[in-house]
Write a protein that binds this ligand. Sequence first.
Ligand code: MTE
Ligand code: MO
Length: 258
Amino acid sequence: MTPTTHRRGWLQAAFAATGALALGACDRITNAPQAIGFLQKAEGLTRRAQRLMVDRKALAREFGAADISSDFKPNGSIDPTDADYVALRDKGFADYRLVVDGLVERPLSLSLADIRALASRTQITRHDCVEGWSSIARWQGARLGPLLDKAGLKKTARYLVFHCGDSLEQTLDGSGQYYESIDLIDAYHPQTILAYAMNDAVLPVAHGAPLRLRVERQLGYKQAKYIMRIEAVDDFAHLGRGKGGYWEDRGYEWYAGI
Ligand SMILES: Nc1nc2c(c(=O)[nH]1)N[C@H]1C(S)=C(S)[C@@H](COP(=O)(O)O)O[C@H]1N2
Ligand SMILES: [Mo]
């Protein structure tokens, strides 16, 4: 039996059982053998779903101060030359605004002072780049979950897209601009922050100033630097080359969970 037919069979049985439940007294129905089977199966299903959720929600390992790498390598863009970014950087990011828009009830435009005033988290975590190196740093930033609640995600929102201020590749159509996307499970993960400090200092340009993502259950390329805008979307097929990120558009997996 294929999993689909099996599932369809189970769904039919479940429907019959709930239909019966709605009609009859609970005690009589729960004594019926088919109802007991239904309840046991429903419980097993919930447990499996819960296990999946718990795995995605588990915390990434955190380290001690002694583990912090003295040689954390900046990677990818390390000194963006895009005109808009350079103009912001040259004024010490005084004019910087993080835009939060798309499928939200209340679009936001936040200064760095606004962002520093939000609920924050500090964590010492390991960054794993697919190139095969890892480094540990202490990151401090605004928790993404509460920030999203401020904006109020619409029910249709499924992903967050991070639009970055740097182009890794100079192209005529702008498809060389860095961007990334994550789903709402990662967005609301307690260790997912918009970091403005690294190792107790203001986030350096090489590591993504003024704001970079730390999404600790994902590989390095998901850690968007130079974040300018967070857009809530139901689909990312219309962005870049449609795969949800700069490196995804060039063959990397969209889901880079670790
Ligand atoms: N905007 C932007 N974000 C980016 C990149 C980039 O080139 N531009 N490179 C990614 C990759 S592949 C890695 S490994 C990390 C590097 O972060 P680091 O510079 O702090 O080491 O940033 C990621 N985020
Ligand atoms: Mo990377």
